[in-house]
Design a protein around this ligand. Structure first.
Ligand code: ADP
Ligand code: MN
Ligand code: MN
Ligand code: MN
Ligand code: MN
Length: 364
C-alpha cells in the first residue's frame, strides 16, 4: 500500500469519531450541480434548521465559485438521502440559473431545463429511459487502478468478457458493492451492476424511469460514485477513452421505450423509431458526448463492440451496432430499444432530449 492510500485509510477511521458526535435537529444539505463544462460535478454543504419535508423546503443558494463576475442561482430540483452522513441529511441536485432565473445556456451546464420542456411535450407517450453507466477505476497517476504493481496477468491488448469473478480477472468490486448500496440508501433507481470488459472497468444501470427522472438519478449516482472513490483513494473516470489502450472505452448505453413499444405488438413501433433514428445519426452524435462528437469519434472508431462513428447500423441482439433491439424484446414482440452510441461522459439530459425529439418529432 502506498503512503498516499495508507493516509486515506487513516483519515477515514479517525473521521468515524467525529461523525458519531451528537447533534441537534439540524440538517446538513449538500447542494450538487453540474460544472460549466457539463462533465463534472461541484458541491457545497449548508445547515438547515431542521429536516425539509420535500424539495420545496430547501432554499436556493448561489454558485459563487464558477464565475466570479456573475451570480448564478442554484435551484434545488431533486432531493436524495445522504448515504455519507446519513439521515436526516440530504443530497440535493440543483439546476444552475443565471441572476435573471434563465437557464445558463447551451454553452453552460444547464441542459436539464430544456430537457424538462421536451419531456413535458412528449409526456402522453409515457417515455421511459434506462442508462448503463460504464466507468474505469484509475490510480492518481492516471493508470488503471492496481496496475501493474500487483503483477496480475493483464496484458495491454487483452480482451475479456464482462461479469468475471476473481482477482486475476477484475479489481474494484468493493467500490461497485459500496456504490450500489449507497445508491439504494439515497433513493436512486439503480437496477443492477456488473464488472466490465477491462479488469478495472465497471458498470451500473439506472432505470427504467419516466421522463426527466433518469437524468437526475444518473447524475446523482455519478456524484455518489466519485465520493465513494474518494474514500477508497481511487479515481472513477467517466472518460470515453480513459486509458492509453484506445480499444478499451466506456459508454452509457441508453434504453428507451414508449407506452406503445411496451404494449403487445410494440416491436412495430420500435422498428419505426429505429428508422427515424437512422436518419439523424450525425445530429445525435453531436450531443452524445460533451465535446460535440469528438470523444465518440475516438471511442467508436477504436472499439469493436459498438458501431461506426460515420454511419448508422441496427440489428437484433448484436453488440456491433448503433441501436439494437435486445434479444428478449425481439422474442417477446415488445419492450424497448438500446442506443449504444452515448459515451460514458455524456450529459444524460442531452441524450434523452435528442431521443425524445427524434422519436416524437418534437422540437422546441
Ligand atoms: P445490456 O444487456 O445492454 O447490458 P443491461 O441489463 O445492462 O443491458 O441494462 C438494461 C437497461 O435497460 C437498464 O438500465 C434498464 O433500466 C433499462 N430498461 C429496462 N426496461 C426498459 C424499458 N421498458 N424502457 C427503457 N429502459 C428499460
Ligand atoms: Mn468564500
Ligand atoms: Mn449493460
Ligand atoms: Mn457495458
Ligand atoms: Mn448495453
Amino acid at each position: 500500500m502506498s503512503t498516499l492510500s495508507r493516509s486515506f485509510g487513516l483519515h477515514k477511521i479517525v473521521k468515524q469519531h467525529y461523525l458519531s458526535l451528537a447533534k441537534g435537529a439540524e440538517c446538513q444539505v449538500t447542494y450538487i450541480w453540474i460544472n460549466k463544462a457539463g462533465e463534472n460535478l461541484l458541491c457545497k454543504t449548508r445547515t438547515l434548521e431542521m429536516e425539509p419535508a420535500g424539495i420545496r423546503g430547501i432554499v436556493e443558494d448561489t454558485d459563487n465559485f464558477t464565475l466570479k463576475l456573475k451570480m448564478f442561482v442554484l435551484v434545488p430540483v431533486r432531493m436524495f438521502r445522504d448515504p455519507f452522513t446519513l439521515d436526516p441529511n440530504k443530497l440535493v441536485l440543483c439546476e444552475v440559473l443565471d441572476g435573471n432565473y434563465a437557464p445558463t445556456g447551451i454553452k453552460l451546464s444547464n441542459q436539464r431545463s430544456q430537457c424538462v420542456k421536451v419531456m413535458e411535450k412528449v409526456k402522453d407517450f409515457q417515455p421511459w429511459f434506462g442508462m448503463e453507466q460504464e466507468y474505469m477505476l484509475l490510480d492518481l497517476d492516471g493508470k488503471p487502478f492496481g496496475w501493474p504493481s500487483l503483477g496480475l496477468p493483464f496484458t495491454a491488448g487483452m480482451t475479456k468478457n464482462p461479469c468475471t469473478v476473481g482477482i486475476n480477472n477484475m479489481l474494484g468490486r468493493d467500490i461497485s458493492i459500496s456504490h450500489y448500496r449507497a445508491c439504494l440508501y439515497a433513493g436512486i433507481n439503480i437496477c443492477g451492476t456488473n464488472a466490465e470488459a477491462f479488469p478495472t472497468q465497471w458498470e451500473f444501470q439506472v432505470g427504467p424511469c419516466e421522463g426527466i427522472e433518469v437524468g437526475d438519478h444518473v447524475w446523482m449516482a455519478r456524484y455518489i460514485l466519485h465520493r465513494i472513490c474518494e474514500d477508497f483513494g481511487v479515481v472513477a473516470s467517466l472518460d470515453a477513452t480513459p486509458i492509453e489502450e484506445k480499444n478499451h472505452t466506456s459508454g452509457c448505453h441508453t434504453n428507451f421505450s414508449t407506452k406503445e413499444m411496451r404494449s403487445k405488438g410494440g416491436l412495430q413501433y420500435i422498428e419505426e423509431a429505429i428508422a427515424r433514428l437512422s436518419k439523424r445519426h450525425s445530429q445525435h452524435l453531436r450531443v452524445y458526448d460533451p465535446h460535440g462528437g469528438a470523444d465518440n469519434m475516438i471511442r467508436l472508431t477504436n472499439q469493436s463492440t459498438t458501431s461506426s462513428f460515420q454511419s448508422f447500423s441496427t440489428a437484433t441482439a448484436s453488440r456491433k451496432v448503433s441501436v439494437r433491439i435486445p434479444d428478449h424484446v425481439s422474442r417477446s414482440g415488445c419492450g424497448y430499444l438500446e442506443d449504444r452510441r452515448p459515451a460514458a461522459n455524456c450529459d444524460p439530459y442531452s441524450v434523452m432530449r435528442a431521443l425524445a425529439e427524434t422519436l416524437n418529432d418534437v422540437h422546441i
